[in-house]
Design a binder for this molecule. Structure first.
Ligand code: PLP
Length: 420
């Protein structure tokens, strides 16, 4: 898929996709909840891990574990090879030009905070502006508010419409030579909206601003090519793309990363240390102080292999079909309001049921073995915009089936009866 093409409607016909077989790769999906086979519709919060990832992590811990970069002994070299091999895997996965631009972090949150503290904070001051959108996750709001407090720069917010679509022209009007940085989601976690990243990147660059893309909800559902997108920084989390928790990636253009001061000090990020002065390591290790999450990186690389073996385009097309099916079925139920009806959506279906708090709805679904997320989804401003405290959110992954959709719809219908 072209980097900025619609995730919902891939240009080429989908290859055959056997979700029932894919499901068998994920042992946890055999779990029963309240006596029902689990229907897992919470992959946007955290996806499950296939055997290939679980085994890669186990294999690493069983045969290759030691600390990286520091040892001359065989295991340390094996661990270093596994860790740096994972970095190369990530580079290929997002088509980054160099492994020097791939920083391992805990997740999207840490990646964005790194950019905020090491790129924005030392450079920005009063009169400068940071531009975000109204549909961001808190991880792409709060770090910028902190920078504004620290430097005196100003936060601007581009609006959305009632369908949950970004008003791109209004965003473009907010851009000016004062805009130093634009931070946008690739896909909204609360609404599923796909943003026109390439268009925004081009408009921001024309004003001399750099662009940070929060790719947490995009990378599991679309082929991302950071070079084609032109993003200066691109952040994502392993645990939303079938890898373990505690590992994520910041892609940063080498030219920018090389000019940034380190943001955390400690082992591995230095070249020399004396009490008078320390000097910094090469990229990307300058930004990886302390012992990294080695097994997490190994798991992330295995998850990328797994996704590419399935075919990212095939997964995306399958999820789009499930989303379209679930949307149509859910909209038929009286009392349901869909929250987020953008023309371009990926994998997320947020909704409310009249007169029922989302948490109560989620609890009733859980008693039927159906796992959905309920709450504000770390996007309180989105809830405020729609005038609601919370939504229930079903989100789809590579292992969901049409049967899952049918069970989900039946569970919501049952909940309507319970609360009638
Ligand atoms: N951005 C988006 C769009 C998300 O959906 C999430 C997680 O839900 C995050 C950022 C934060 O990711 P993490 O908690 O893995 O750092």
């Amino acid at each position: 898929m072209a980097a900025d093409a619609s995730i919902l409607t891939p240009a080429t016909p989908a290859p055959p996709y056997d979700a029932a077989r894919v499901r068998r790769d994920f042992p946890i999906l055999a779990t029963h909840v309240s006596g029902h086979p689990l229907v897992y519709l919470d992959s946007a919060a955290s996806s499950q891990q296939p055997l290939a990832v679980l085994r890669a992590v186990e294999d690493y811990a069983t045969h290759s574990h030691a600390n990286v970069h520091r040892g001359v002994h065989a295991l340390s070299q094996a661990a270093t090879a596994a860790f740096e091999g994972a970095r190369e895997r990530v580079r290929r996965f997002i088509a980054a030009p160099s492994t020097r631009e791939i920083v391992f972090v805990r997740g999207t949150t840490e990646a964005i905070n790194l950019v905020a503290q090491a790129y924005a904070r030392p450079r920005f001051g009063p009169g400068d502006e940071i531009l975000i959108t109204a549909l961001e996750h808190h991880a792409n709001i709060v770090p910028w508010q902190m920078v504004c407090e620290q430097t005196g720069c100003t936060l601007k917010v581009a609006p959305i419409n009632r369908r949950g679509e970004l008003l791109t022209e209004e965003l473009e009007q907010l851009l000016s030579p004062r805009t130093r940085l634009v931070a946008i989601a690739h896909v909204s976690n609360a609404l599923g909206t796909v943003l026109p990243v390439k268009r925004i990147v081009d408009a921001a660059h024309a004003q001399g601003a750099v662009v940070v893309v929060d790719g947490a909800q995009a990378v599991p559902h679309a082929r991302v090519d950071v070079r084609a997108l032109g993003a200066d920084f691109y952040a994502f989390s392993g645990h939303k793309m079938y890898a373990p928790t505690g590992i994520g990636v910041l892609y940063a253009r080498e030219e920018l990363l090389g000019a940034m001061p380190p943001w955390q000090g400690g082992g591995d990020m230095i070249r020399t240390v004396s009490f008078e002065k320390s000097t910094w390591n090469e990229l990307p290790w300058r930004f990886e102080a302390g012992t990294p999450n080695i097994s997490g990186a190994v798991g992330l690389a295995a998850a990328m292999d797994y996704l590419e073996d399935l075919g990212i385009e095939a997964v995306a097309a399958h999820e789009s079909r499930l989303l379209a099916l679930a949307t149509a079925e859910l909209a038929r139920l009286p009392g349901i309001t869909l929250v987020g009806t953008a023309a371009r959506k990926a994998s997320v279906l947020s909704f409310t049921l009249a007169g029922v708090h989302a948490h109560d709805l989620g609890t009733i679904l859980d008693t039927q073995g159906v796992a959905v997320r309920t709450g504000h989804h770390c996007a309180m401003p989105v809830m405020t915009f729609f005038g609601i405290p919370a939504t229930a959110r079903a989100s789809f992954g590579c292992y969901n089936t049409e049967e899952d959709v049918a069970r989900f719809i039946a569970a919501v219908a049952r909940a309507r009866e319970v609360f009638a």
